[in-house]
Structure formats: structure tokens, C-alpha cells
Design a binder for this molecule. Structure first.
Ligand code: FMN
Length: 376
């Protein structure tokens, strides 16, 4: 029996009674995901400093309840870069989803379609973008990693266009990742069944040989990292809107905005790249201020509840992406679990809005959060 069949037989076709809130999927998933795979998914880079910072940043802020506000016409609807959406919960690109469920992204796509959520499908998905598109709703975006050969990048772009993806999200912050000590200690290695299905048909890039005085990092791994020139090129190659993901510095945000980005994703990759980078939430207000109040900004990193979504919107996000929680819910109950997780987050957001006296996402943006210690 392979790893994947073991997981298949244990994932449920009902929502377990232990799930009382969206974050409960994080704990319960440990019963459904192989422990070494769980270490890879849950871990951040290095010693998890940034992973932890993402959660601490949410805990440091609190929401003051408001009284006597009429929220009886309340709604979480928004228009994101011209697209109407019923709620601000999108699914972040998360690679190799067959680590959590044998059908991986196919189940996630079905859940996103049912809940009218945008799914952002990863270049490193373990199903092809064409197969995912068959299960996905009309709101499907494709996350692109630039490939060492431009002709492969271009081919991925054309395939995404042909499969009906409506936006491209170019991830810029992960050309190199500091290895996760948690995953190393658990001796994680990618199981054979789990491959980057979008890339299997391409010839691998010729391996660069380094001379003895060249650096494995600078002249090696970073040789193919995206440059401004690559971005200018990419923007001329597609009619689809292009978002950029992995922005943490306001000056980078302004540069990408000036180059023609549709919008940005404020993100530190869920704490999986530079260990010691600030929490995404910490950088969000300065980025909002730098790009102006109407420029489309998405946010991810550490969101585990509807109250977290409220806080991210209050600090400047238009909408948010869910990363790890989607894999956790996927492992527990496939598409049903992911759909339930999105619905639960949505209800948690609505309840938080009601208690904070906010009838719309605009009202949230006008809300000032308190520092948690101000009210302790
Ligand atoms: C297992 C795993 C795989 C990921 N794969 C990708 C990817 O392929 N592309 C990408 O842009 N981000 C990827 N990310 C980062 C997520 O898109 C997102 O930024 C992050 O998970 C948000 O933090 P959260 O998990 O706390 O919600 C991955 C994250 C995890 C945990």
C-alpha cells in the first residue's frame, strides 16, 4: 500500500464533531497527514521565527466591540480589481497538495468553486493546471514561478490562458528558501507519487557548472531569480492581469505598482523564505500607505480565523489568502473539508463584523484596531 492510499482511506466524507472553528483543522490534520509531511507543511524556514511572528502579530491586536450599530443589511461582498466576489477569502497557491489528500488540488478546486472562492493554482501543483481547471469555478488564477528557460515560462502562461485562468500571480520571494529545521529534523523527503505535474513534460534546464571561486548561492541558485527586466518582459507577454506575490517592503510595492501590476500580495510565504523577516501583518499598513487607498492589495500569513481576516482588512488588505488551513482541511475531509473551512471562516468573519459594528468591508477598513495590551 502506498502512502497516498493510506491517506485516502483515512480521509472522511463528513465533518468531524471536533471541528468547532476553522483553526481546529490545524490540530486535527495531524491525525490525517503523515507526520513527516505535516512537519514539511506546518514548518517555516530555519527556526520558525517568521512563522511565529505571523501569529504573534495577530495576537498583539484586538478589536473593540461596538454597540447600537445596525448591521441588518450587512454583507462581506467586494469588488476586487473589477471582479465582484461574495467574500474576501481566496485560496493561496500551495504546492504538492497530494501530500495531504490523494486527489490533492482537484478536491480543493471543487471546494473553491462551490464557495465562489478564487483558487490560485500553484506552478508546483501535483495535478496539472488543465486537470485543476476542469474542477475549478470561473474564478481561477494561476501562480507562476519564472522558469530558468523563458520558453517554458511562456508555455506555462499559454497553457494557463488556454485553460481559462483569469489572472496570473507571479511569486517573487522564493527563489531560494532557507530550509525548515522542523522538516529536516523529521527527515522529510518528497514521496515519489508527489511531483510538480505542470513541469513533468519539459526538458530539465542544463545544470550550471560553477567554477571553484563562484558561490553556490549567488552564481548558482540566484542566477535565475526574477529581475525587473523579467517582469517587464512578462507583462508584455500576456493579456491577463498580473499580480505579484511576496511583497514586504513599501519601496518594492511602489516599484511593482509603477511597472503595471494589477495588484500585490503582501506575504512572507507563510514564514517559509527569510527566517527573521517581519510578520506580513506588521508590514501591511506601510504598504497600504505607500500604494494608496484604492490599489488592490491581498494579504496572507498566519490567518487562522475570521477575526484574523477582520484585522488584516482593518490594516489595509482588500482580501486575504488562506495557505496551510486549506491543506489541513483537505486532509481531514477532501473537498467537503475545504468547503467547510471556507464557510466557517466566512461565518466567523461575519460574526466578528457584527460584534464590531461593521456592516461592510469598507466599515472594517475604517476601523482602528487596538493593541492587545491596551485593554489587558
Ligand atoms: C506547503 C506549502 C506550499 C506552498 N507552496 C507555494 C507555492 O507553490 N507558491 C507560492 O507562491 N506560495 C506557496 N506557499 C505559500 C502560500 O501561498 C502562502 O503565502 C502561505 O501559506 C500563507 O501563510 P499561512 O499558511 O499561514 O496561511 C506554500 C505554503 C505552504 C505551507
Amino acid at each position: 500500500m502506498t502512502d497516498s492510499t493510506k491517506i485516502s482511506s483515512s480521509s472522511l466524507n463528513r465533518i468531524p464533531a471536533e471541528i468547532l472553528c476553522a483553526q481546529d483543522y490545524e490540530t486535527l490534520a495531524q491525525r490525517f497527514i503523515d507526520p513527516t509531511h505535516y512537519a514539511y507543511i506546518s514548518g517555516g524556514s530555519g527556526k520558525d521565527l517568521t512563522l511565529d511572528a505571523n501569529r504573534i502579530a495577530f495576537a498583539r491586536r484586538s478589536i473593540c466591540p461596538r454597540l447600537l450599530r445596525d448591521v441588518s443589511k450587512g454583507s462581506t461582498a467586494l469588488t476586487l480589481a473589477g471582479q465582484p466576489l461574495p467574500h474576501p477569502i481566496l485560496l493561496a497557491p500551495v504546492a504538492y497538495q497530494t501530500l495531504a489528500h490523494p486527489l490533492g488540488e482537484l478536491e480543493t478546486a471543487r471546494a473553491a468553486a462551490a464557495l465562489q472562492s478564487v483558487m490560485i493554482s500553484s506552478t508546483l501543483a501535483s495535478n496539472t493546471l488543465e486537470d485543476i481547471a476542469q474542477q475549478a469555478g470561473p474564478q481561477r488564477w494561476f501562480q507562476l514561478y519564472l522558469q530558468p528557460q523563458r520558453k517554458i515560462t511562456l508555455d506555462l502562461l499559454r497553457r494557463a490562458e488556454a485553460a481559462g485562468y483569469t489572472a496570473i500571480v507571479l511569486t517573487l520571494d522564493a527563489s531560494i528558501q532557507i530550509p525548515s529545521q522542523r522538516a529536516l529534523r523529521a527527515q522529510f523527503c518528497m514521496p515519489q507519487h508527489c511531483v510538480a505535474a505542470n513541469l513533468t513534460g519539459y526538458e530539465p534546464a542544463p545544470t550550471d557548472t560553477l567554477s571553484h571561486n563562484e558561490s553556490r548561492i549567488f552564481q548558482g541558485v540566484m542566477r535565475h531569480a526574477p529581475t525587473q527586466n523579467d517582469i517587464e518582459w512578462l507583462l508584455t507577454q500576456t493579456h491577463l492581469p498580473v499580480w505579484f506575490k511576496g511583497v514586504l517592503h513599501p519601496e518594492d510595492a511602489c516599484l511593482l505598482q509603477s511597472l503595471g501590476a494589477q495588484g500585490l500580495v503582501v506575504s512572507n510565504h507563510g514564514g517559509r523564505t527569510l527566517d527573521g523577516a517581519p510578520a506580513s501583518l506588521t508590514m501591511l499598513p506601510a504598504i497600504r500607505q505607500a500604494v494608496g487607498c484604492d490599489y488592490p492589495l491581498l494579504f496572507d500569513g498566519g490567518i487562522r480565523s475570521g477575526a484574523d481576516i477582520f484585522k488584516a482588512i482593518a490594516l489595509g488588505a482588500d482580501a486575504i489568502l488562506i495557505g496551510r488551513l486549506q491543506l489541513y482541511a483537505l486532509s481531514v475531509a477532501g473537498a467537503l473539508g475545504v468547503a467547510h473551512m471556507i464557510r466557517t471562516l466566512h461565518e466567523e468573519l461575519e460574526a466578528t463584523m457584527a460584534l464590531a459594528g461593521c456592516a461592510t468591508l469598507h466599515d472594517i477598513r475604517a476601523t482602528k484596531l487596538l493593541r492587545a495590551d491596551d485593554i489587558s
